[in-house]
Design a binder for this molecule. Structure first.
Ligand SMILES: [Zn+2]
Length: 435
């Protein structure tokens, strides 16, 4: 079986888009009559007003902030006005991580949860996960979605799944070896931590025999992806998703961009200035997503504030779904420093590709008088001596200047000074205006 769904994954564009448009119309009518949020939000637009695909652009965006607001009144408890079904139908609770504020509580019915799993099956199959794989998930999944989705989807594909919660990193290294796990899914940062831990135990991560790995929970710059492939001797794939929308795009064997999981989602990529028109292939667009198959928590035109480059709808793998190329970062993260557009992802890419000695870093922007200042706090491999550390920092400052057109300060920190993350890494701090 080449594709997870041989029919939908190779449908001609026009047919695919027609299916999606019909799903959209159904979702629109459903949300308007079943969710308090959309009863209010869609006042003045009737289902009959959505006659062509272009009419989708008439429907207002939904923002994360609104979902929070509609949960301030928690009736029915605890989901409030975002709920799209009878509370008795809800079969499982999940929530967002709350890194940017109060978490959003996410209701799933059995049916909507199965829809999420099916979408994830596309992601895993595309990344080459197969029944022969014994998949180790090195996390306690808690109330967050990503690793539960990976768990159930891997099971549905026929893989054998090992839940790796309630262990420290050393315990996880031992479990991978003990059970001969040959596939992993995890945050890129944590997969690097596992490799680092193995090395400190005198074990080469290549000896694990990992064949496939999937990144989740944080951005995966190309350099980090290749680095993990080299360290483990595996093939590493990316995907993108969020709790509100589910995983909506995954990487195929061509390892060049992410395929949108169609017809599960309509993903629009809109011009950053006007947010009204679709960008052309090769241009930067803000990602706006409509998950098309969930009644429990209908979400229409969710504006992610993420910016990516719009890719083609052709690929060596034969899939006809639209691709998104590089995810450039959050609209909010791409900021101006001393008048120059600056993306922290560029710095991460630089460090991961050219500075293997740097094991952890933090990027801080401050304002001194009227001047923006970039400081890179660095933690180096403990085997590196003081003089070498200074030379590495100097080389980084020089490369940073070339890559970003901005100079920076560096500060070498003692081992263990910087925080470690297993889920969402927060390596970028913009302290301007915060005293
Ligand atoms: Zn492909």
């Amino acid at each position: 079986m080449q594709y997870w769904n041989n029919y939908t994954e190779t449908l001609p564009r026009e047919k695919l888009e027609n299916i999606e448009f019909n799903y959209f119309k159904n979702l629109f009518s459903y949300a308007k009559s079943h969710s308090k949020l959309y009863q209010e939000k869609l006042k003045g637009i009737e289902p009959g007003d959505i006659k062509t695909k272009e009419d989708i652009k008439k429907v207002p965006f939904t923002y994360k902030e609104e979902l929070r607001k509609w949960q301030e009144d928690v009736s029915p408890f605890p989901y409030g006005g975002i709920l799209g079904v009878n509370i008795e139908e809800v079969s499982t609770f999940r929530q967002t991580s709350g890194t940017t504020g109060r978490p959003v509580y996410v209701p799933e019915t059995y049916e909507s949860w199965q829809w999420r799993i099916e979408s994830w099956c596309h992601i895993l199959w595309m990344a080459g996960f197969r029944p022969r794989h014994r998949v180790f998930l090195p996390f306690g999944y808690n109330v967050y979605v990503a690793f539960w989705e990976a768990h159930y989807a891997a099971e549905k594909l026929g893989c054998e799944v090992i839940p790796g919660g309630a262990l420290d990193t050393k315990g996880r290294v031992n479990k991978i070896i003990e059970l001969k796990a040959n596939a992993l899914a995890g945050t890129p940062t944590y997969l690097l931590n596992i490799a680092q831990e193995a090395k400190s135990m005198g074990i080469d991560p290549k000896s694990f025999g990992i064949e496939r790995a999937l990144g989740a929970g944080e951005p995966l710059p190309e350099a980090t992806r290749k680095r993990i492939e080299n360290i483990y001797g595996c093939k590493m794939f990316d995907h993108i998703g969020s709790t509100e929308t589910c995983g909506f795009a995954g990487m195929c064997e061509a390892q060049n961009g992410l395929h949108i999981i169609e017809p599960f989602f309509i993903v629009e990529m809109l011009d950053r200035e006007t947010l009204s028109k679709e960008v052309e292939e090769g241009e930067h667009g803000v990602i706006v997503i409509t998950p098309l198959g969930r009644r429990s928590f209908p979400v229409i035109r969710f504006n992610t504030n993420d910016v990516a480059i719009k890719g083609p709808s052709t690929c060596d793998c034969g899939r006809t779904s639209r691709k998104m190329m590089e995810i450039v970062g959050r609209v909010d993260d791409i900021s101006k420093v001393r008048g120059v557009l600056f993306s922290p992802k560029t710095v991460e890419q630089l460090i991961r590709s050219e500075f293997p000695e740097i094991i952890e870093f933090e990027l801080v922007i401050t304002r001194e008088d009227i001047m923006d200042q970039i400081t890179l706090r660095l933690e180096l491999d403990p085997s590196i001596g003081h003089n070498d550390a200074e030379a590495i920092a100097a080389r980084l400052r020089e490369r940073h200047k070339i890559k970003t057109n901005l100079s920076c300060k560096t500060k070498v920190e003692p081992a263990g000074a910087l925080p470690r993350f297993d889920l969402k890494a927060k390596r970028f701090k913009d302290m301007r205006g915060k005293h």
